[in-house]
Ligand binder design. Sequence first.
Ligand SMILES: [Zn+2]
Ligand SMILES: [Zn+2]
Length: 542
Amino acid sequence: MTERTTPVIQITGPQARAALRQVTQDRGGCIRPVQLRRINLDTGEVTQILIPCRATLESACPACAKRAQSLRAEQCRDGWHLEDEPHTASSSPDDEQEFWLGLRAHAQVQRDQAANESQDTAELDQLIAEVDDELARTGIRGSLTRNAGSDGNGTPQSTARRSRSTRRRQDTPKLPRRPVTGRTTGKVYSAPDGSRYRPSMFLTLTCDSYGKVRDDGTPADPASYDYQRAARDAIHFAALFDRLIQNLRRYLGYDVQYFAAIEPQRRLAPHAHVAFRGAISRADPRQVIAATYHQVWWPSTEVVRYDGNQLPVWDEASARYVNPQTGELLPTWEQALDNIAQRDQPLHVARYGAKFDAQGVLAGTRDAKRCIQYLTKYLTEQIGRCHRAETDAQADHIARLLDALRYEPCSPTCANWLRHGVTPKNARPGLVPGLCKGKAHRAEHLGYAGRRVLVSRKWSGKTVADHRADRKAWLTAMLDLPATDPAHYRWERVTPADPDAMSPTRRLLHVLADRTRWRNALAEARRRAENSGDLSAMEEAA
Ligand SMILES: [Zn+2]
Ligand SMILES: [Zn+2]
């Protein structure tokens, strides 16, 4: 955090600004700092504070992305070989979480008012989704978006309450089930020499094959490559992962914990690298993967009923879409689900491919370190930027996948349902098939709109925010910085229109001054801690 101490310097011209950005970034400073107004509730004193943007993507802010990546690595390492059950009592929200929650509540009220007055809520929904992302970034668990009346970016849900979804597929092997105990730690083994060890697992899960691919990830025969199935598997990848975890827990009989990173393979299908706590035999994942599937009970998309200029139109009176010619109401989402007959097939059955990779890993070994690096390697890049097209064949492959994703319904609220004569869930005016704003359709996401890191609740007993707070507390103690008591302050976000708003250049100057001070203080602390302190922890924290 920065206090306003730097004198104002006049910096003009693109070169000076670019240089300032570069130097700030090189010194590990955030290049998109957020300005907050901190009001001391006892004295009324107002202080301007710049906080890091906390971007996780390198393209947005290299310094913040690098820190986020190293926090994830720390979180992964902390939970992987845990020997005692973690404490999971959820802590009360910190001042930053409180700030974003306040903003989120305000946006929800505005959104609901707009919806009541039948106004377009698209922008407010976008804002809500962005604030939810910020909340997630602060390490808060769960999402407020689901069932909050906004389409946000919730993951697609199957209709579990409808009886058909519980019928087990006959084409899938049955999995032995054991009662699941509350234990989350793995078994301890003893070596003949009496030493004890507790191995854990590193597992890589891949999607099924959609057709033969070459080494560069492109299909050997693009015409027969199943892009539709590739698109659907990517869209439902997170739901399938949930199923796998449920099955694994039932099969192994304990509350298996995981830290998973989702990234694309070269053929652009998502795959998951998963650190599991506890050791399992190679046969275990094989059996669980073979028995795991996720059925998507959504309306059929076989027939395109509306296309081109003949699209359903919004009817203000009924708050529904109607047939443009006859004025007939399109079925609601719920009605369309009820119309799925017992004999119908699910729209899609997602499964993992038979290929997987599993290896046991011991705590503190070079292997463990390598796996954690591997797990967090791509987290600073968006899915669509992990493998950039270098050849025409690769560019064509991306284009064909995006084509398939364009009209594929991404969720119950997707505008694409209008093509098939169904009113999307939480419908609003202005929906156009092919132009759904859902993340899954975008080139950056390639169908997978979920979180890049999936961590189970009892992994380390700590959120990323807890890890960040640990580092901060450690540094505060190390550098003799004054700790602030959050109870005595109110925080407000400064908007560009506010009279006390700092220009981007001024913000950067403050961050740079702060980083420089910080570096000097760290160098001093390092000298003091030469032999006693944990230098590597200090390096990471800086
Ligand atoms: Zn930043
Ligand atoms: Zn969509």
